[in-house]
Design a protein around this ligand. Structure first.
Ligand code: ADP
Length: 427
């Protein structure tokens, strides 16, 4: 097809000036199209530009509907998108459908006598279509819809120049529409993913929290039963305790994963009696320690020590360290939890008489997912997150955590917390 923007330019200086103005306009529109990612805004910009540039009463955009195989109106200058949305245009019996199927522009000078004209739209929006110019919206040679200009002003017919203008606009509009659709699909997919992710995190957090109390009850009773049980029954009670211990390990991993998932953690600080915090944690672990014939002792100062901490998070630190002490200490060993002042802060330590940790590993065990034993041969449940989570929580409180150990003899984990010194004597 002859390039309408070039024809006549040399013969008629006025025509040339008009075409230069049109080209400038097209460059401006092109910039706008490529910088607009909001689909509705973009569609409005395209139809108003189309009507304006070819001098038509109205303009509209129809896009393919992949579910039905038809064409649906997504924007029109002469009525709201809501009004048009319910009308589907059949591809086989419409002017737009002809453009969409053939990928070629179509000019209709008198729609009322054209058998392809789909009159339903006119009667629905109370409009009279006389002339139509439809061009395909193509992305990488694939038709995704149709851009139509309707009723050339003053009863005139659409010209080859109009075809060229609308084709140029449509080629840029199609890419912009496709990009905006992709961005909006991506946003929707992201929002759905975030929703699913939140449900998963909430579930992990609630499940790990809610499972702990009943599990402690099971462990407490199983430990008591074991004292009284004799013969074959004691084996079964041991089985219950072993199962409960595994479950405890899984819950610990869930709690630690929840902590990692929650992003930048917020501390909910409150004034709390440190002795009470330690006693509550030890109470939870006593049945399990007893199940392994371990003595769990507390060495707490008499003077009340108040700390300003996020109680649930410090509880996670104690749980993680106590879990390791119980897991890595062979039967008949001893675990001692102590509180002592430490250069302007307070130190909580958990010492065990367990297998110990090689000196070269003492720093690395605080790295995420680091485990001293090979995870294929290890017997202890866990995914290597406990100490890294403990370190992060302690450091958030402005404290520090470290380990000392003699291989084969035991380990001591200590962490520092800020004290509310003025509060010593009260409570
Ligand atoms: P896990 O979930 O595997 O216990 P942690 O981060 O809590 O992960 O611990 C990392 C590793 O440090 C453990 O796998 C173990 O090898 C070692 N470790 C931690 N505490 C002790 C301890 N009290 N005695 C011996 N080894 C320990």
């Amino acid at each position: 097809m002859e390039n309408g923007l070039d024809s006549q330019s040399t013969a008629h200086p006025e025509g040339a000036a008009r075409q230069v103005a049109q080209l400038e306009r097209m460059v401006q529109i092109s910039r706008l199209l490529s910088s607009t990612l909001d689909l509705d805004q973009l569609l409005q910009l395209i139809i108003h530009t189309a009507a304006d540039m070819v001098g038509s009463e109205a303009a509209s955009i129809l896009l393919e509907d992949r579910r039905t195989g038809g064409l649906s109106f997504v924007a029109a200058t002469n009525c709201s998108a809501e009004d048009l949305r319910c009308i589907e245009v059949p591809v086989d019996y419409s002017i737009a459908g002809t453009v969409y199927k053939t990928g070629e522009p179509v000019i209709v000078d008198n729609a009322s006598v054209d058998p392809r004209h789909y009159g339903e739209v006119d009667s629905h929006i109370k409009f009279q279509t006389h002339s139509v110019l439809g061009v395909p919206l193509q992305v990488r040679s694939r038709n995704i819809g149709v851009l139509e200009a309707v009723n050339k002003c003053e009863g005139a017919c659409f010209s080859p120049d109009d075809v060229e203008i609308l084709l140029t606009l449509a080629s840029q509009a199609a890419v912009a529409i496709q990009n905006a659709k992709l961005v909006s699909e991506l946003r929707e997919a992201n929002a759905r993913l975030a929703q699913v992710d939140k449900i998963k995190s909430d579930f992990l957090s609630i499940a790990s929290h809610e499972l702990r109390t009943p599990l402690n009850i099971v462990m407490g009773y199983a430990a008591m039963l074991r004292e009284d049980a004799a013969g074959s029954l004691s084996e079964e009670v041991e089985g219950v305790l072993r199962g409960a211990t595994r479950l405890q390990g899984i819950i610990k991993s869930m709690t630690n994963l929840t902590y990692l998932e929650s992003g930048v953690p917020q501390l909910r600080l409150e004034r709390y009696l440190l002795q009470a915090l330690v006693e509550e944690a030890c109470k939870e672990w006593r049945p399990l320690a007893a199940g392994k014939h371990l003595t769990l002792r507390e060495s707490l100062p008499e003077m009340p020590i108040y700390v300003n901490v996020d109680v649930a998070k410090v509880n996670t630190v104690l749980n993680n360290v106590l879990d390791n002490a119980v897991a890595f200490t062979p039967p008949d060993g001893c675990i001692e939890v102590a509180i002592r002042p430490h250069t302007g802060m307070v130190a909580v330590s958990v010492a065990d008489t367990g297998i110990g940790i090689p000196e070269v590993e003492l720093e690395r065990i605080f790295e995420p997912f680091y485990q001293v034993e090979d995870h294929l041969t290890r017997q202890h449940e866990g995914i290597g997150l406990g100490l890294s989570v403990a370190k992060s929580i302690v450091e958030l409180h402005g404290g520090r955590i470290w380990a000392e150990s003699v291989e084969g003899h035991g380990s001591r984990f200590s962490f520092l917390l800020p004290v509310r010194w003025g509060d010593h004597a009260d409570g």
